[in-house]
Write a protein that binds this ligand. Structure first.
Ligand code: SF4
Length: 438
């Protein structure tokens, strides 16, 4: 393994074709349905320019609120107050344009609005340009196309990086643990790219490697390159991969963790920014009168589980190639935008990835708009129409999931805190999550 030394600029393939589609986003428009944070410097600029007139003073008072939370940072100093009825930012006008941009110019846009949905990450010696899946257009380009998540060396000058700043996602970049980030990410991507095995087997290979390396390859550990090399060489032999694939496919496991995951997600409803549209689908699909008040009964949860498995199997049989592509792309996107160095070891990084993948799968396979594609023979729906419906639902589920659950630390903490109580080793937990997606 060689530590890279070259400073370079890379772009994810899907961002090369990205253009904001504006009003065509409809409800998915980024000026709608969530909290838009304002950095401290923009807040001061808004205050200064708006308070020049009495009308501006009223607008400032009614549409911008300082963040009173103790954990506010420079980038989340304040936020826009959304219109209670429409859910839109109050500066979003009837023509679908931003009044701040129109009245004061682009230089007055806050960091969030200027940068969204683009991201610039700094990984050791290289900058990577990517996007966030909470934008439906990014989700479409990233999830539905082959090789979309590949990072290619690119010419910095040919990208609009205006307003972007490096976000150094590599904690403690000089540690031995972080110094292998490019090598480790390459290995994970190679596993995910094996085209003739199911995604669950490919993810199992990564979990296995993560489990073997966790005792020594971690943020606090001392390790030698030789140790890491031995484990990587071992798992990349065809014989070991074949054995692991067979072993995983024959493995029977209970689904205690996925059940807890669903329960925790469903009972979190009402605690904040969860995706109501996706919950509505879950309620209708599983015939639940009400979810989210208290813990759901075991009956409810196992009823959900068996119907979920039925829907998932039917959809996977019919759209196997597309679904494999989407979830592979989602995993690759996660690995490149939330690097393993954010976790103490690879095993915990995989836990974060699989919890999110499993939850997204649950919302996707539970979506009511897929009912006509699940019904025997899918009466009245041509293959072309079915593909279009599936694409639309994929984009909707992932952008809504990304806007709400994906980065909600409280929910994931709750899930894994409950799991800890069950004393389940992380590797066993990951295997259960994989079986839930199968
Ligand atoms: S969500 Fe994405 S495509 Fe839609 S308006 Fe915002 S940046 Fe543009």
């Amino acid at each position: 393994m060689n530590k890279s030394k070259k400073l370079d600029f890379f772009s994810a393939n899907y961002m090369r074709d990205f253009h904001c589609i504006g009003q065509a986003c409809g409800e998915g428009n980024c000026c709608h349905g969530w909290q838009i944070t304002i950095d401290e410097s923009s807040f001061k600029k808004f205050k200064k320019i708006m308070e020049k007139t009495s009308e501006g003073r009223e607008i400032f008072k009614g549409r911008i609120k300082k963040n009173r939370s103790n954990i506010k940072g420079e980038q989340s100093f304040a936020s826009f107050v959304m219109n209670q009825k429409t859910g839109y930012c109050q500066f979003f006008d009837e023509q679908g344009l931003c009044e701040i941009h129109g009245n004061y110019g682009e230089e007055y846009l806050c960091n969030t609005c200027r940068a969204y949905p683009r991201k610039l990450n700094l990984f050791l010696d290289r900058q990577e340009y990517s996007g966030v899946l909470s934008c439906p257009e990014v989700a479409r380009l990233c999830l539905l196309q082959k090789d979309s998540t590949d990072m290619q060396s690119a010419d910095l000058q040919s990208f609009d990086l205006n307003g972007l700043y490096d976000s150094n996602t590599t904690k403690n970049p000089h540690s031995a643990y972080a110094s292998y980030i490019h090598d480790i990410r390459n290995i994970l991507n190679q596993f995910l790219s094996i085209s003739d095995l199911p995604l669950s087997s490919r993810l199992f290979f990564i979990c296995y490697l993560a489990n073997r390396t966790a005792p020594f390859f971690n943020s606090g550990g001392q390790f030698t390159e030789e140790q890491l090399g031995i484990e990587v060489d071992r798992i990349t032999t065809p014989e070991i991969l074949g054995e692991l694939h067979q072993g995983y496919q024959g493995l029977e496991t209970d689904l205690q963790v996925p059940l807890q995951l669903i329960d925790a997600i469903l009972t979190s409803k009402g605690q904040g920014s969860l995706p109501p549209a996706l919950f509505q689908s879950v309620i209708e699909t599983y015939g639940l009168a009400e979810i989210g008040q208290d813990s759901n009964s075991d009956n409810d949860i196992s009823k959900i589980l068996s119907l979920y498995a039925l829907r998932r199997n039917k959809l996977q049989q019919r759209f196997n190639e597309k679904l494999d592509l989407v979830f592979t792309n989602f995993c690759k996107h996660h690995i490149s935008s939330c690097p393993y160095t954010e976790s103490t070891n690879l095993l915990l990084a995989m836990q974060a990835l699989l919890a999110r993948t499993t939850t997204a799968a649950f919302f996707l396979y539970s979506h009511t708009r897929l009912d006509p594609l699940i019904a025997e023979g899918a009466p009245g729906v041509t293959q072309e129409e079915a593909e279009k419906i599936l694409d639309d639902v994929i984009v909707e589920v992932f952008y809504r999931f990304s806007r709400t659950l994906e980065h909600d630390k409280n929910i994931w903490d709750k899930v894994f805190c409950d799991t800890d109580k069950a004393n389940l080793a992380t590797f066993a937990l990951l295997t259960q999550l994989l079986k839930f997606m199968d």
